[in-house]
Design a protein. Structure first.
Length: 90
C-alpha cells in the first residue's frame, strides 16, 4: 500500500503512456469478468458506489453490461483520493 500515495496516483493519471499501460487489455477483461460474476438484477434501480474507482472504468463496464441486460442503476458514484483520475474514464 505504500506505493498508493495520492502523489503517485496523480502521476499515473497525468501520464497518458503510463495510464495506457495500466489500463491494458488484460485489466479491462478483468473488469468485464468481474461484472459477469455479479447478479446484475440485484443492482437494478440501486445506487452503486465504487470506492477507489480510479478513472472509473469498472463503473463504465458495469453500466454497459447492465444496459445490455435491460437493467439500469439509479446512480453510479466513484470515489478516489486522486483528483486527476476524475474525468479520465468514460
Amino acid at each position: 500500500m505504500e506505493h498508493n500515495t495520492p502523489e503517485r496516483t496523480d502521476a499515473l493519471y497525468k501520464d497518458p503512456k503510463i495510464l495506457r499501460r495500466y489500463l491494458n487489455p488484460a485489466r479491462l477483461r478483468f473488469y468485464k469478468n468481474l461484472v459477469h460474476l455479479l447478479p446484475l438484477e440485484a443492482y437494478h434501480q440501486r445506487r452503486i458506489a465504487d470506492v477507489g474507482c480510479g478513472p472509473g472504468y469498472f463503473l463504465w463496464v458495469l453500466k454497459q453490461e447492465m444496459a445490455t441486460k435491460g437493467y439500469q442503476a439509479a446512480g453510479l458514484l466513484g470515489f478516489d483520493y486522486s483528483q486527476r483520475g476524475f474525468g479520465v474514464g468514460a
